[in-house]
Design a binder for this molecule. Structure first.
Ligand SMILES: *Cc1c(COP(=O)(O)O)cnc(C)c1O
Length: 360
């Protein structure tokens, strides 16, 4: 087999090798069933066990109580930009949004199709390089929505934002879910496309408080109501079986690492090392404010576009792929999700050091 290289892609992103190896075995035969995981009926016993285990491990890792449903949907985080307001933003009501990047803006645009949106804060004035410290909320929001990690801009909320409104807190946690302990009871709804930290693209995890499941109007299309998924354990129709299977393996892998607190420590070490180097470097610098830095996506620049490109090409030659930053920020972005190995960060710093030594 071709040797694997370091993949810094923002998503779909690197997966744990053990997960890929186990999946490879089960592609041809799930356990001793003689039928591969892709080929099992979603109503059969073999797949049901996979489905139930994925949900149970998810609940165990984050300590999710019976007050919440754990749902597996399709349509990515982007469909949640619509489903959240369709179900939770009642007629005449206002929803409050914290705008900290491109994904928050897209969520706002979809909510505006359903009703009134109040922008509680925004960091657009400095190209989303920071997490705002204060918000101004509307009188009685139907919910408060924020993006916990801003994949493109390399910023992350250190903790849940203050939410004195008493309204349900809704979070797009696509790019940092399960990178650290998740205090689920502070939330009304959490959603995440799987392809950054949880598994392959094609499945979206939704954790929703029971009372919110029933808030959506019954006139909505069946597939757009949370209750449809909650009533049937996400088996109303054919779920993304393979994605759910892989997500279950990733949950098992996280558990083996010691759980969410243990992966958080590894993530802090990985990102900390890279930020330390960036702070010392005379060539490279991080783009996000120090107090807003993401542990998942480290964005950095040299200050010169041609030199950035040269660095990305140099790194690629050294077996470090996916470092080109998003066009909204430019420069470089190193995505260091749970499955990204610490040795890859060391390799990156070595290449940066070498590049810096030869740049003048
Ligand atoms: C990637 C990403 C999205 C978009 O996810 P899709 O699954 O492609 O719809 C939304 N929000 C955040 C924070 C992301 O990182």
């Amino acid at each position: 087999m071709t040797e694997r290289i370091y993949n810094f892609s923002a998503g779909p992103a690197v997966m744990p090798v053990e997960v890929l190896q186990e999946a490879r075995e089960n592609l041809l035969s799930l356990g001793t069933s003689g039928i591969g995981i892709l080929e099992h009926s979603h109503r059969g016993k073999a797949y049901m066990a996979v489905h139930e285990e994925a949900e149970a491990l998810c609940r165990e890792l984050a300590g999710i109580s019976a007050d919440y449903q754990v749902l597996f949907l399709q349509g990515g985080a982007s469909l949640q930009f619509s489903m959240v307001p369709m179900n939770l933003l009642g007629a005449g009501a206002t929803a409050d949004y914290l705008v900290t990047g491109n994904w928050s803006q897209k969520a706002v645009a979809e909510a505006r199709r359903c009703g009134d949106v109040h922008i509680a804060c925004s960091s657009e004035d400095r190209n989303f390089a920071y997490i705002p410290k204060t918000c101004t909320f509307s009188a009685k929001p139907a919910y408060v929505h924020y993006t916990s990690n801003n994949t493109i801009y390399g910023t992350e909320f250190a903790a849940e934002p203050e939410n004195p409104t008493g309204a349900p807190l809704v979070c797009d946690a696509s790019s940092d879910i399960f990178s650290r302990p998740l205090p689920v009871s502070k939330y009304g709804l959490i959603y995440a496309g799987a392809q950054k930290n949880l598994g392959p693209s094609g499945v979206t995890l939704v954790i929703i408080r029971n009372d919110l499941v029933e808030r959506g109007p019954k006139e909505l299309a069946t597939m757009l109501q949370y209750r449809t998924y909650a009533a049937d354990h996400s088996l109303y129709n054919t779920p993304p079986t393979f994605g759910i299977y892989i997500m279950g393996l990733v949950f098992k892998w996280i558990k083996k690492q010691g759980g969410l607190a243990a992966v958080e420590q590894v993530n802090r070490d990985k990102a900390g090392k890279l930020y330390r180097y960036l702070d010392e470097s005379r060539l490279f610098r991080a783009t996000a404010d120090r107090d807003s830095r993401s542990l998942m996506n480290v964005t950095f620049v040299t200050g010169d576009a041609a030199r950035n490109d040269k660095f990305v090409a140099t790194a690629k030659k050294a077996g470090l792929d996916g470092l080109k930053g998003h066009r909204n920020v430019g420069g470089m972005r190193a995505s260091l999700y749970n499955a990204f190995p610490p040795a890859g960060v060391d390799a990156l710093i070595d290449v940066m050091r070498e590049f810096e030594a030869h740049a003048s």
